[in-house]
Design a protein around this ligand. Sequence first.
Ligand SMILES: NC(=O)c1ccc[n+]([C@@H]2O[C@H](COP(=O)([O-])OP(=O)(O)OC[C@H]3O[C@@H](n4cnc5c(N)ncnc54)[C@H](OP(=O)(O)O)[C@@H]3O)[C@@H](O)[C@H]2O)c1
Length: 369
Amino acid sequence: MHIVRAMPSGLKVVVSELADSPSDAIDRAMSLVPMEVPGPGPSEVVIAIASASVGWVDLIMSSGQYQHMAKPPYTPGLEYAGVVTATGDQVEHVRVGDRVLVDGFLAGPRSLGAYQGYGGFATHAVAPAAAVHPIPGTLSFDQACNLLGNYETAYHCLIARGQIQPGETVLIHGASGSTGLAMVHVAKLRGATVIATGRSDAKLAVVKAEGADHVVNVRAEDGGQRQFRDDIKALTGGRGVDVVADGVGGDISLESLRCVRFGARYLIVGWASTPAVAPGRGQRGVQAANTLPTNLIMMKGLDVLGCPAAITVQHDPRKRVERFAEVWRWAENGLVRPHVSHQFALADFKDALRAKLRGDVIGGCVLHP
Ligand SMILES: NC(=O)c1ccc[n+]([C@@H]2O[C@H](COP(=O)([O-])OP(=O)(O)OC[C@H]3O[C@@H](n4cnc5c(N)ncnc54)[C@H](OP(=O)(O)O)[C@@H]3O)[C@@H](O)[C@H]2O)c1
């Protein structure tokens, strides 16, 4: 019998309605409110949250510009880590006091079932036992809540879809971001040469220290994007890269088609530069989608591969088994260690979200409830 009554009250951030844009959501639709912390059901775990990741998806989900919408009111924070404060009597694999992380596919706003309302921007959360795992290896709470989403996405894009091979050259856009930096780590683990792009020398210096072989600043003097095909050609002996991992979209995608060898793989990871491809407030329908020219794709013999890590698992849960196991093994063996540049108190959640939106962050940004 493990039942321990949880603390009766805490605090949580609530998204009251889907806003017009992430900025609008931060300004108007999110607030910190008291929460009652329920005791656990028989197969549930209550967690005192130590660290919650602040992700790009948290931003775009709050305006319904992400493909998956949590139903307001909900608490943001796709992934979190903390200490178990109570367990139901059917829970055997974790105990009160254990340091755990919670799987954002099975609990929190990205999940599909009954635990969608319990995000990480809170002092406490209730999660189903299957979502709760002792933290692997020597990861800190901050690192643990930046593990699964980022590294499973990196695995899905580069390994499951991109089939990268040792010795290949991978061009990674948005490499200072949480997904981008995980892709740098994973590409290096697989023996690839990494060319990483970004818009800030300071952030790119960190990306290089984290393992990228080459970094290329793509920012023009007027703040727009400069042509960088000659940089890439020079770094690849005139040949072009084997694989592009594009989480940025927009102008950078077009330029990238001039940076590839014949028969390269082009991985569509996301479109951080153009979040408004969907209108706000959860309305569906494309208003200004990214487009790629079919003539270049054809004449360069490209394989263009869409790489949705979560949707793929919804279609076929077996696709997650190997990738989860591999990411876990990397973490247990100290082969990957998420980089976290920014920490905020729970009460400063708006500052944290704005820092993420402005692009101040390198890798992870976390709240400490
Ligand atoms: N395929 C999947 O399953 C999957 C999973 C998670 C996320 N995603 C998507 O992948 C993309 C990146 O996600 P993330 O979590 O890595 O985001 P992030 O941490 O915010 O990183 C995005 C990076 O893109 C770069 N960037 C370039 N132009 C930008 C612009 N105009 N606005 C903002 N950032 C810009 C920034 O780097 P610099 O400032 O250095 O240029 C930034 O660090 C998003 O579109 C997200 O929805 C896809």
